[in-house]
Ligand binder design. Structure first.
Ligand code: NAP
Length: 285
């Protein structure tokens, strides 16, 4: 049975540092503050927004929920982002997805001031991640790497196969893995034989959004798998992209829930504290 790469301990370590940093800023008269914009309509996004609110309280980070009805227009959200950009008391801004149908997130995300963009979604931060310059990098790909390092995996010189090249996980993770000096293979929906690319991998990261797509027969013994997939199945249960039986073959698999998602939330708050530092001229790459 594969080792379970749970994120709880790594997340607790991130929380401890956030609490300390938040305290330090407060002693200087600065209260780290996160603003989350959320529109009604999707139960999962409501859950994630509330979860961030609860965690903010635990971590000593101020929190504002900007809730909109499902009938909200793109212009209304844009106006709120502009207002939060100008508010010196707000250090981090995040748009909870998905937005009501008809509103595309890209334009709204690009309005967020880069130093307040805690999920690294603005063009400036995407470029920073590409070049390795200081900035706020996206949280989920960071979580994948952090989870591996927490369990003692090294990336330099390793063969890493990514399954998924999406904007939120696969693509930015590809760029981060280059900086870690891994040799990266990227699979996607047009890749005919994903198993052949997993066969020579030391590590695989799967970020597709298809329950059970990585089956036992695709996995060689000794492979470590980070499962970033989130899929809601009947009864509302959340599962990843890796089928249960694959866990009999792999050396290690991160659980869903309790893996990448848990650490992603922690890193979003870590980015709030980085955002505070950036806004006060103290760059912490
Ligand atoms: P996305 O933009 O939709 O990208 C999905 C990727 O999967 C695409 O590159 C697509 O290929 C590829 N794909 C689709 N079907 C495939 C198949 N049959 N075989 C191989 N590749 C296939 O998704 P995303 O935003 O990157 O998110 C990916 C997953 O991560 C989702 O389940 C999402 O919910 C999850 N996620 C988790 C967290 C977290 O905190 N844990 C955060 C963000 C996202 P093409 O490029 O060819 O279309």
């Amino acid at each position: 049975m594969a080792k379970r790469l749970a994120a709880k301990e790594a997340a607790e370590q991130v929380y401890a540092k956030i609490r300390l940093d938040a305290e330090t800023w407060k002693r200087r008269g600065i209260e780290p503050r996160l603003a989350v914009l959320w529109a009604e309509g999707d139960p999962a996004s409501a859950y994630y927004a509330k979860a961030k609110q609860k965690l903010a309280e635990k971590l000593g980070v101020e929190f504002e929920l900007h809730a909109f009805p499902a009938s909200v227009s793109e212009a209304e959200i844009a106006e709120r982002i502009e207002r939060l950009n100008e508010d010196p008391a707000v250090h981090g801004i995040m748009l909870e997805l998905p937005l009501p149908s008809g509103i595309k997130p890209e334009r709204l995300e690009s309005l967020i001031r880069p130093v307040k963009d805690i999920d690294g979604v603005t063009p400036a931060n995407k470029l920073a991640n590409l070049t390795g310059q200081a900035g706020l990098y996206p949280a989920t790909p960071q979580a994948c790497i952090r989870l591996l390092k927490h369990y003692g995996y090294t990336l330099e010189g390793k063969n890493v196969t990514l399954v998924g090249r999406g904007q939120t996980v696969g693509l930015p993770l590809f760029q981060m893995l280059q900086r870690e000096h891994a040799t990266v293979t990227v699979c996607h929906s047009r890749t005919p034989d994903i198993a052949s690319h997993l066969a020579h991998a030391d590590i695989a990261v799967v970020a597709v959004g298809r329950a059970g797509m990585i089956t036992g027969e695709m996995v060689r013994q000794g492979l470590a798998i980070i499962d970033a997939g989130i899929n809601e199945i009947e009864g509302g249960r959340i599962i990843g992209d890796v089928a249960l039986e694959a866990c009999d073959h792999a050396a290690a698999v991160s659980p869903v829930p309790g893996g990448v998602g848990t650490l992603t939330t922690a890193i979003l708050f870590e980015n709030v504290l980085k955002a505070v530092a950036l806004q006060h001229g103290e760059v912490t790459p």
